[in-house]
Design a protein around this ligand. Structure first.
Ligand SMILES: N[C@@H](CCC(=O)N[C@@H](CS)C(=O)NCC(=O)O)C(=O)O
Length: 196
């Protein structure tokens, strides 16, 4: 299989970490493609023009990190749990990534079309979601946990693109969760480039 990624995408990062953690590095080849370059390889596989995109062994392209996660887990000899509870929490943490990415997209718009309303709305959603995740942090704490991994990537993405959120201040359990994942080699190897 081939996994098309960019090195700044938190969605792609989740899939890259799973490839490593699920011991799929011999099965999945990583290909870098920056989505905004609209390169032939990405667009031939994914008309949405987004990363990540997984191309299966039969050549079938698959989009959406949540779906690719399922495929990667199903391909592993020693899969992680991916039951309804896991997916519910994974979806919430993915929503946090969505809000942080949407805020970032708004922040880099031309000043003439920049919307303070949308930025504030994203920031309010991020704040609320962090509080809910803090209150449920124990449920995210498993070591081989897609929901924990997704939460840790969301938090790391806040450090990368929204460091002024100062999310650690009121979220000690999420801080501890992030620290645990941050110690892993797979997490360190996939840090977004500082100039990305
Ligand atoms: N829901 C998608 C989101 C993927 C996504 O938005 N990726 C971004 C990079 S972080 C992208 O490729 N953006 C290019 C674009 O929107 O044109 C997923 O979970 O895979």
């Amino acid at each position: 299989m081939k996994l098309i990624v960019s090195y700044t995408s938190p969605y792609a990062r989740k899939c890259r970490i799973l490839v490593e953690e699920l011991a799929l590095t011999d099965t999945v080849e990583e290909i870098e493609a920056h989505p905004f370059d609209d390169g032939d390889v990405l667009l031939a596989a994914n008309p949405l023009g987004r990363v990540p995109c997984l191309i299966g062994a039969d050549g079938a392209p698959m989009t959406e990190s949540l779906f690719i996660t399922e495929v990667l887990i199903a391909s592993a000899d020693d899969p992680w749990t991916h039951d309804w509870t896991t997916r519910r929490l994974e979806a919430l943490a993915t929503g946090l990534i969505d809000l942080a990415v949407a805020r970032r997209v708004e922040m880099v718009r031309d000043k003439q079309i920049y919307s303070d309303y949308w930025i504030k709305r994203r920031e309010a959603g991020i704040a609320r979601t962090l509080d809910v995740m803090e209150s449920q942090a124990d449920a995210f704490s498993g070591e081989r946990s897609v929901e924990g991994l997704t939460a840790a990537i969301a938090l790391d993405y806040l450090d990368f693109r929204y460091s002024e959120s100062n999310w650690r201040a009121d979220h000690p359990k999420l801080t501890a969760l992030h620290e645990r994942w941050n110690e892993r080699e797979s997490f360190q190897k996939t840090k977004p480039p500082a100039d990305g």
